[in-house]
Design a protein around this ligand. Structure first.
Ligand code: 0X9
Ligand code: CA
Ligand code: CA
Ligand code: CA
Ligand code: ZN
Length: 416
């Protein structure tokens, strides 16, 4: 059983009271609203994201975000038709009425989701049951000292074989709990079904599969602390860093992140200032063997909007001196094949909005890894519920990506 180092257990009641104004941040001040703008294009979505609001999702051009009234007003001043559709705090209370004393479980009704402690137990059990094909280690510790679990699945798991290596990462964003379940499904499927499902068996035999089920365990635990969802996105270092703006390629270059610590897209004081991004990056760096990066493909799971996204996010350009037109075409073709399998919408990341310091841009630019983002269920319209689908949705919405995972694992064996 892994240690659940929660130095804040005794303060759970205090944290609950404090949710109105988390330390150093202002994401839940009274009056914070949920807003929509319809018919947006990527330039308008970038403008809105740059305003420092908290973008929740997008669907058919409708962008949903949480913001202070003054931020909404400022965007209206720039000619955008910003419509208020709800109050954030009311929505949070509606979604999680059951109050618990500590984060030993998700809010009432959502117990099917895994807390960090539950996740740790499942991973330890998977390795205990399938030690011949699964091993558990960690890439390092989170800011608060939780192990960032790494599970490897392959035949001859203790050896470094000459097979394409594939990485799956989940839960960079705290509140995107469905993604942790996605990584757990990959672990369970490629261990439990080994020897019975022929596709699973062949992929386990011919690939080395790495899964990091939660890149942001501190944030995920904080988000359910007190038995009430908080809509928390960032890690828990100071007032929080958006891990998906902290990666070291073109960090902070292009207005796709914020330099203000209270922003939901705060990039941190420097590239890789977060221990979580540093740990995952060091692991990926360590997979360069004999000058060649062994990991050839990667998916980073997020929610929500049902999208398949490929780099770059920092520029609207489809190709440039670090991505040839042929490479861009391969990203598009793979992205479209993945999306055809799960019904998501495929697009270049910057077509959503500009992001700089994202994991995909770094994976591709630094290591040539075919790295994509999946934005999981729901497609949109869910407002806050978008981040907190009922636990009944876990099975269908993770199963929905089984084929996409197989496609990526297969594609990992193809030459670029
Ligand atoms: O903004 C993000 O970090 C991701 N969306 S989310 O709503 N889950 O926060 C999208 C990141 C996509 N960017 C790149 N792949 N570059
Ligand atoms: Ca649970
Ligand atoms: Ca192997
Ligand atoms: Ca290898
Ligand atoms: Zn996300």
């Amino acid at each position: 059983m892994g240690t659940l180092r929660r130095g804040i257990t005794a303060a759970a009641g205090l944290l609950l009271l404090a949710t109105a104004v988390p330390a150093g941040a202002a994401p839940h001040e009274s009056g914070r609203g949920l807003y929509e703008v319809r018919g947006t294009d990527s330039a308008e979505r970038t403008t809105i994201a740059q305003a420092g609001v908290d973008v929740w999702g997008t669907h058919d051009g409708t962008l949903t975000f949480a913001a202070e009234p003054a931020q909404a007003q400022a965007l209206r001043g720039r000619g955008l038709d910003v419509e208020k559709v709800g109050d954030v705090d009311e929505l949070l209370v509606e979604r999680s009425p059951g109050v618990r004393a500590a984060a030993d479980e998700f809010p009432a009704g959502d117990e099917g989701y895994h807390t960090y402690g539950e996740l740790t137990e499942v991973l330890e059990q998977a390795v205990a049951d399938h030690g011949d094909i699964a091993s558990l280690s960690s890439v390092g510790d989170s800011h608060e000292g939780r192990a960032l679990h790494l599970i490897k699945i392959s035949d001859n798991v203790a050896q470094d074989e000459d097979e394409p290596e594939v990485l799956f990462t989940c839960n960079q964003h705290a509140r995107e709990h469905l993604t942790t379940e996605m990584c757990l499904r990959i672990v369970e499927r490629f261990t439990d079904e080994y020897g019975s499902d022929p596709t699973v068996t062949e992929l386990v035999d011919s690939r080395e599969i790495y899964v990091i089920p939660t890149v942001n365990p501190d944030g995920a635990e904080y988000d359910i602390e007190g038995g009430r969802y908080k809509g928390w996105r960032k890690n828990r270092q100071d007032s929080g860093t958006d891990l998906n703006r902290n990666w070291g390629y073109e960090w902070g270059c292009c207005g796709g992140s914020s330099g203000s610590p209270s922003s939901e897209t705060y990039r941190g004081p420097s590239a890789f200032s977060a221990p979580e991004t540093t740990a995952v990056a060091s692991f990926v760096d360590s997979r360069v063997v004999g000058g060649a990066q062994q990991i050839t493909a990667h998916i980073d799971f997020h929610s929500y909007s049902e999208l398949v996204l490929w780099p770059y996010g920092y520029t609207y350009d489809d190709s440039n001196d670090t991505m040839s037109p042929e490479e861009a075409k391969r990203f598009q073709e793979v992205g479209e094949a993945l999306a055809a399998s799960n019904g998501y919408t495929p697009q270049q990341s910057s077509d959503l909005y500009i992001t700089d310091g994202s994991i995909n841009d770094w994976m591709w630019a630094e290591h040539g890894i075919l790295s994509l983002t999946f934005e999981m269920y729901p497609a949109g319209g869910g407002g806050l519920d978008g981040f907190y689908p009922p636990d009944e949705r876990i099975e269908p919405e993770t199963q929905r990506n089984d084929e996409a995972v197989e496609i990526l694992l297969t594609e990992a064996g193809n030459q670029a």
